[in-house]
Design a binder for this molecule. Structure first.
Ligand SMILES: C[C@@]1(CC(=O)O)c2cc3[nH]c(cc4nc(cc5[nH]c(cc(n2)[C@H]1CCC(=O)O)[C@@](C)(CC(=O)O)[C@@H]5CCC(=O)O)C(CC(=O)O)=C4CCC(=O)O)c(CCC(=O)O)c3CC(=O)O
Ligand SMILES: NC(=O)C1=CN([C@@H]2O[C@H](COP(=O)(O)OP(=O)(O)OC[C@H]3O[C@@H](n4cnc5c(N)ncnc54)[C@H](O)[C@@H]3O)[C@@H](O)[C@H]2O)C=CC1
Length: 216
């Protein structure tokens, strides 16, 4: 059985190339836009949704078929045409240049695969079946979306704010990690769910840190 190594790649501002402009390319582009990638699509045609996004200047479009050399300077590449020979040529060029590449037709050819993703602000849960059942990955995503609702967006923003505050203070590492752990033991999620949550003021955050520090 093949095992993949999951990683979250920082694509912000990075040049990412998508070859093909169909339904599959559209899904990859939408995911990449969330990752703030600098996207170029090479394809003679685009789906209506991609055309719309292109009109909004969300990506650059090279309106022709793929040519050898198109990958120059790319950080990541997606081969998403409906022609397996073209995708294979893209994979070969990518591998020669040591660029990570995704082949939408053949997972065996790809150096990485695209997971299904639940997004709640700073929280993202990625699901992969190692290519065995992409539709099952989507089904599991739908289940997780029910379990992890919008409250997680606020919750993660709160944790982020507290983490920044705690890290900005010159605390001994042991105390710092205990404080960070204690944060997740609080009933913040329930407060958000029941509409009782209120953002803490700088003073309240300071008080909480001092109080908990004393107890340690
Ligand atoms: C290996 C991988 C490579 C990659 O694309 O990265 C791959 C490959 C292939 N997909 C195929 C088919 C379908 N894929 C989907 C949907 C998704 N496919 C995605 C990922 C992946 N698909 C990677 C593995 C992910 C994993 O590990 O599980 C998702 C999760 C993410 C995304 O694409 O953004 C997204 C769901 C997003 C969501 O809704 O959450 C649907 C359903 C639909 O379209 O509605 C179908 C039709 C039903 C079916 O066939 O199952 C085929 C056969 C093509 C053919 O027979 O012609 C291949 C080729 C092959 O089997 O190798
Ligand atoms: N990985 C995945 O998630 C999935 C993969 N697939 C596979 O992916 C393939 C593509 O699926 P769709 O996007 O639905 O097909 P599609 O027919 O909607 O789109 C194909 C796109 O590729 C472009 N194209 C064709 N030749 C090209 C070339 N030489 N250079 C650049 N662009 C070129 C076309 O202009 C079109 O925009 C399917 O044939 C299927 O085997 C299908 C479903 C899901």
């Amino acid at each position: 059985m093949k095992h993949y190594t999951p990683i979250y790649v920082n694509t912000s501002g990075k040049p990412v190339l998508v070859i093909g402009g169909g339904r599959v390319a559209e899904r990859k582009v939408k995911g990449l836009l969330q990752g703030e990638a600098r996207i170029t699509v090479v394809s003679p045609q685009l789906t209506p949704a991609l055309e719309q996004l292109h009109q909004e200047s969300r990506f650059e479009w090279i309106a022709r078929s793929y040519r050898n050399g198109d990958l120059r300077g790319a950080f990541l590449v997606y081969a998403a045409t409906d022609d397996s020979q073209v995708n294979t040529a893209v994979v070969e060029e990518a591998e020669a240049a040591s660029i990570l590449v995704n082949d939408a037709i053949s997972s065996g050819n790809s150096s990485f695969i695209t997971p299904s993703v639940v997004r709640r602000g700073r929280l993202s849960i990625a699901i992969s079946t190692a290519g065995a059942g992409p539709a099952a990955a989507a089904e599991i995503r739908a289940l997780l979306e029910q379990q992890f609702g919008d409250e997680y967006e606020t919750y993660l923003d709160f944790l982020h704010q507290m983490r920044m505050e705690i890290k900005s203070r010159a605390l001994p590492p042991v105390i710092r990690s205990k404080l960070l752990r204690r944060l997740t033991e609080m009933d913040i999620l329930d407060q958000i769910r029941t509409g009782q949550f209120q953002w803490w003021t700088a003073e309240e955050i300071g008080d909480w840190i001092s109080r908990n520090q004393e107890e340690m």
